[in-house]
Design a protein. Structure first.
Length: 332
């Protein structure tokens, strides 16, 4: 009997080769690429960026790890040649905000960048999924969806997945327990108007408000300031090292793993929220979704307290105003 052929980089769930394209060779894109490679999720990983020499250097650097990491790393052509047949395209590229620049001006410049990225990617990989990581994440996810022409289930953003991890880590540290035993969600915008769903936070199945003496008496009252720490977390890291990359890279690697393994895990991702909580527009926000090999299988409408739902609707309204601005709408 012949031994079964195992393809390097194939997932256990599909036993088929998998192809990932990462657009953006900056710190975030390369942290995501490293996470994907160390998890052995990609048979081929393609890196694309307008900084051609930077990509060439990254590909060469990765090639030297050939006895440590599986998966072939290649460079995309100037018009995204070599990305054909990608199972998922991860977008980490974008422009940074200039000093004194308005949010709308930054959005307009990023829309121009996405117009040069999304259509050619989808033309070469019409069956791909698109994972948006670039900020402002929710708005860029909407832009990618409009430019791609793909069903909304196949275009989603990393959103508050990392925010929710930070939330659970901080609660776990405060209680001296593992964050894996803490269940909590940050929903809404990946940004200053994100919404902590305190009403559903639990530790080992115990609602936060029910924690007794010895388990964290009055902890529910004392930890309200944790959300501000979540919102300020990226600013603090940027202040210390200039950018964030490892945590979001790990988050992206986990999202790709859950997709390729068709896990149907429920995680918070930025998705089209039309029809949820009375939202009538196509605004993208993070809510709990079932993630599968086909993308977002379904969204969940969490029971929210009145003030939590009001905060989520306010977050949606803030994004709607930007998306409906004449300069943005006319460019899509």
């Amino acid at each position: 009997n012949k031994l079964p052929l195992v393809m390097i980089g194939a997932t256990a769930a599909t036993s088929k080769p998998t192809k990932v394209t990462v657009v953006g060779a900056g710190a975030v894109g390369m942290a995501a690429a490293f996470s994907i490679l160390t998890k052995e999720l990609a048979s081929e990983l393609v890196i694309a960026d307008i900084m051609r020499e930077k990509v060439e250097g990254e590909v060469l650097d990765f090639s030297h790890s050939g006895t440590f990491l599986t998966g072939r790393v290649t460079q995309a052509g100037e018009n995204y040649e070599g990305t054909e047949g990608s199972d998922i395209c991860i977008i980490t590229a974008g422009v940074r905000q200039r000093a004194g620049e308005s949010r709308l001006s930054l959005l307009e410049r990023n829309v121009k960048v996405m117009k040069s990225i999304i259509p050619p990617l989808v033309a070469k990989s019409p069956d791909t999924l698109i994972l948006m990581v670039s900020n402002p994440c929710d708005i860029m996810t909407y832009v990618a969806w409009k430019l791609s022409g793909l069903p909304k289930e196949r275009v989603f953003g990393s959103g508050t997945y990392l925010d929710s991890s930070r939330f659970r880590v901080l609660i776990g540290e405060s209680l001296n327990v593992s964050p894996f035993s803490v269940h909590g969600w940050i929903v809404g915008e990946h940004g200053d108007s994100s919404v902590p769903v305190w009403s559903s936070v639990s530790v080992a199945g115990i609602p936060l408000d029910s924690l007794k003496e010895g388990e964290g008496e009055h902890f529910a009252d004392s930890c309200k300031g944790l959300h501000k720490k979540v919102v300020d977390a990226a600013y603090k890291v940027i202040e210390l090292k200039g950018y964030t990359n490892w945590a979001i890279g790990a988050a992206v690697g986990k999202i790709v793993e859950l997709i390729f393994k068709d896990s149907r895990r429920i995680i918070p991702l930025s998705t089209c929220c039309k029809g949820l909580y009375g939202i009538e527009s196509d605004v993208f926000l993070s809510v709990p979704v079932v993630i599968s090999r086909a993308g977002v299988a379904r969204s969940f409408k969490q029971p929210l307290k009145e003030e939590e739902e009001a905060a989520l609707k306010k977050s949606a309204s803030t994004l709607e105003e930007l998306l409906l601005s004449e300069s943005v709408v006319s460019s899509l």
